[in-house]
Design a protein around this ligand. Structure first.
Ligand code: S3P
Ligand code: PEP
Length: 449
């Protein structure tokens, strides 16, 4: 798990063109959900393309602690023998979700409506993040939570012995909160209803339907109303996880700002609730094309080609798009620093409660590299002077946050001086092959002794 080991300083040195095929790992959100829903089905779920990053491996470990059998074949295929809805055993150990907000919040939901008591913890980053956003709605089912002040981990949840179904309007745009409530609703009798004002990633809804649950989504004046009928028997699935668009963002953005580049990222998931970054980049003038668009395993997929784009302009990113690109703002700010003009990012308060305060982390590092950045509670603004104008030369803090570490490594590919991060270990949570993949494309990203 990140945050428990020795920091690994890293350096990115300006490089020549990036070219070739970037086979990024499987989607993190879909990987977590494959393991959790597989553990709640009756029988064997088979998963290919699972992201073998630390976040997902921690979820696999947790599913074993609840009694599911989770096995990896030598060829990288995963087999999950589920215990059925309501079949979770009480773990005899603390569930350590490492760096993963998705892991801990979804698992809390899945276990909240079973008569078991579970203690959760994480690394120094996860233990700072707010959990009341999940434990508040879980209390409505009858689940009790006791944690550190401010609703922080470590925390014990005593599951509801006789859960009641819930109707809940999610107060923040969060797929993790929505998913926790839906997973809790699986063990409650009757209909659990979740309402979200802004659409967030809908992998849980799609996968629940795939596993045979009765679930509907209706667009109404209130927002998206999702209705789940509780206590289904989930049927095991064969799941091919698409490649992660949030990981694809790094080689794509690197290609856009590095002179002469031409990179193809094949088979990435392009669910509209996840693809906001690519729309934004196209609006900025990026040379980005979708090839071979298709559907795989219930998710839209395409190959994405990104070429060096010296004429990108700053834009106003619509706040309504924020949820569909929430994890991509750090790397977007790197592109914005290499575009001409102001990129305004508004309606992004959630960035302050991720693995780090991502506005603060990026603003501080970008400023140290010579970029003009202004920020407020729920907005930030980057003023770019055009391609190749960023001086670099700084060591930026990654704050136990993989997206921050990778964003600064991308920045260093087209600065005048190299860019360093103090600790690259968190990269392994979501993109364990980042360094070799970038090196294969022609980047000069390496660990420093
Ligand atoms: O549901 C998910 O898989 C995720 C939801 C998002 O978090 P929020 O729900 O906090 O917005 C996102 O930032 C995270 O990387 C993955
Ligand atoms: C926010 C992220 O993950 P999580 O909330 O699962 O820690 C992310 O991967 O950018």
């Amino acid at each position: 798990m990140s945050g428990h080991g020795t920091p690994i300083p890293m350096i990115s040195t300006p490089c020549g063109p990036l070219s070739g095929v970037a086979e990024v790992p499987g989607d993190k959100s879909i990987s977590h959900r494959s393991l959790i829903l597989g553990a709640m089905a009756v029988g064997e779920t088979v998963v290919t393309g699972l992201l073998e990053g630390e976040d997902v491996l921690d979820t696999a470990k947790a599913m074993r602690a609840f009694g599911a059998e989770v096995i990896r074949d030598d060829d990288g295929t995963w087999h999950v023998h589920g215990v059925g809805v309501g079949g979770f055993a009480e773990p005899d150990q603390v569930i350590d979700c490492g760096n993963s907000g998705t892991g801990v919040r979804l698992i809390m939901g899945a276990a909240a409506t079973s008569p078991i008591s579970v203690t959760y913890t994480g690394d120094a980053s996860l233990n700072k993040r707010p959990m009341a956003r999940v434990t508040d709605p879980l209390a409505l089912f009858g689940c009790q939570a006791v944690g550190r002040s401010g609703g922080r981990l470590p925390m014990t949840l005593v599951g509801a012995a006789e859960p009641v179904p819930v109707r809940y309007q999610v107060p923040v745009p969060s797929a993790q909160v929505k998913s926790a409530v839906l997973l809790a609703g699986l063990c409650a009798p009757g209909q659990t209803v979740v309402i979200e004002k802004e659409a967030t990633r809908d992998h849980t809804e799609r996968m629940l339907a795939g596993f045979g649950a009765e679930i509907t989504t209706e667009e109404t004046d209130e927002g998206r109303v999702i209705t789940l009928t509780g206590q289904p028997e989930l049927t095991p699935q064969v799941i091919a996880v698409p490649r992660d668009p949030s990981s694809a963002a790094f080689p794509v953005c690197a290609a856009l700002i590095t002179p002469g580049s031409d990179v193809l990222v094949p088979g990435i998931g392009l669910n509209p609730t996840r693809a906001g970054l690519f729309t934004t980049l196209q609006e900025m003038g990026a040379d980005l094309t979708y090839e071979n668009q298709r559907e795989e395993g219930g998710e839209p997929v395409a190959d994405l080609r990104a070429k060096y784009s010296p004429d990108m302009k700053g834009i106003d990113v619509p706040p309504a798009r924020a949820a569909s690109m929430i994890d991509e703002y750090p790397v977007l700010s790197v592109v914005a620093a290499n575009a001409t003009g102001v990129t305004n990012m508004t309606g992004v308060k959630e960035l302050r409660v991720k693995e780090s305060d991502r506005i603060e982390a990026m603003a501080t590092g970008l400023r140290a590299c010579g970029v003009t950045v202004e920020d407020g509670p729920d907005w930030w603004r980057v003023t770019g002077q055009g391609p190749g104008t960023v001086s670099g030369g700084a060591t930026c803090a990654s704050h136990l946050d993989h997206r921050i570490a990778m964003s600064f490594m991308v920045l260093g590919m087209s600065t005048r001086q190299p860019v360093r991060v103090d600790d690259g270990t968190p990269i392994a949570t979501s993109f364990p092959i980042f360094e070799p993949l970038m090196a294969q494309l022609g980047a000069d990203v390496r660990r420093e002794a």
